[in-house]
Design a protein around this ligand. Sequence first.
Ligand SMILES: [Zn+2]
Length: 469
Amino acid sequence: MTVHDTRLAGGRVFLHGSGLEDVDLLITDGLVAGIVSRDSDAEAREVVQLGGKLVLPGAIDPHVHLGKDIRVPRDPDDARLETASAAAGGITSMLVYLMSGEPYETVVPGAQAVMEQDSYVDFGFHICVGTDDHVHDIPAYMREFGISSFKFFMNFKGEEGAYLGLPGNDDGYMYDVLGMAADNGAMINPHPENIELVWKLKNRPIDESRGPLSAWNQSRPSFVEAEAVQRVAYMAQITGASVYAVHTSSQLALEAMERQRRSYENLFVETCTQYLTLTTEADCGTYGKVNPPIRERADLEALWVALAEGKVDTVGSDHNARHRSFKEKDVWTASAGFPGTGGVLPLTLSEGLRRGVPLDRLVDATSTRAAKLFGMYPQKGTIRVGSDADIAVVDLDGSYVINAATQHSGADYTPWEGTEVPLQVVHTLVRGEFALRDGQLAERTTGRYLRREHSGAAALAAADSEGEA
Ligand SMILES: [Zn+2]
């Protein structure tokens, strides 16, 4: 009889189609080798008793920035500290944005090497395109590196992208990017903000009496985001591209996407934990400055409705390990962005359950849908025989208070400081190995690079045919 590596016993396991089941998981060689009844006599070298805790597919953070300049991970701690944050929050895979004006064959191998040394979680890359050469090379990036999703900053007109080393672009460039993605089964992840409106609105008086987050929101109101979403979604239909609106923050942007979806289906929506849990009333000050801005209560409520209805595809973090010294300034000079990957699963799950959102929607939004959209399914995003044993074990009777230390990030602060979370991730397994065990991070990191052949509609078609097999 086969002796398995690990038996996760006594948990309540989330299985697609049937929901929570009182079954045991058998893990061998990093894969789910069996899903068996409690009284099965299957043997394993180690049996881990879970005592009724929730066993979920490991969460996937589809939106992460690494590196001190937020462009590229370069140092060991860029990978180690930030992926520790992820693993401590039940993340087992992340997709990291690489940003460079250089050809990416000079960037990807170094970033991959840094991550393979020190990442707790499996990882893939999105590439930010900014030059004509980048667009031309999309097929080569897909073939050589298995990178099938490409970001494009609609707001980088003129000199706006210079701080990331990216030249200015325009809607003609966007048209080329979308066409190239459509021809090759890739997906475009636009940063949708109309920068010309932002420039215009800069001269408008702003009421700063309601705090820094309100002031920042007034300076980049949600129609700035919604107009850009609408434009890129329309052009997606014209070109046949798959478009994934990153960090959707507002009711107006959701509505713009819904309107376009009525006539064209390959449009996808990501939101981030901050837009589901923070409003301009939050007391985190400039730590919470981000683009798009934290919005009003009505936007947060609209995002939860959309998530429950399946109109929000994924929840990511837009994690950015910008150090606190860049944040402790007035709202106009503080840097945008903050760390958040550690909160994606705990905050979305706890707040979603409190609101009565079905567990299968929460699992979909924090794991399965990202796996399907970004070409990782069914290796990732589900618990089934043959899939990677990527698991988050959650104690619904546990609780913890978020602070900089619980987040592990080198940024050394969190906008959720002091937030009490009424559940706790206790174990995180990446391909069958404990990255987090009883709340303690492992000594050794085991994250591997993820190649992803297609993203968007092409990846969904592949995932669907797998589902039927
Ligand atoms: Zn981002």
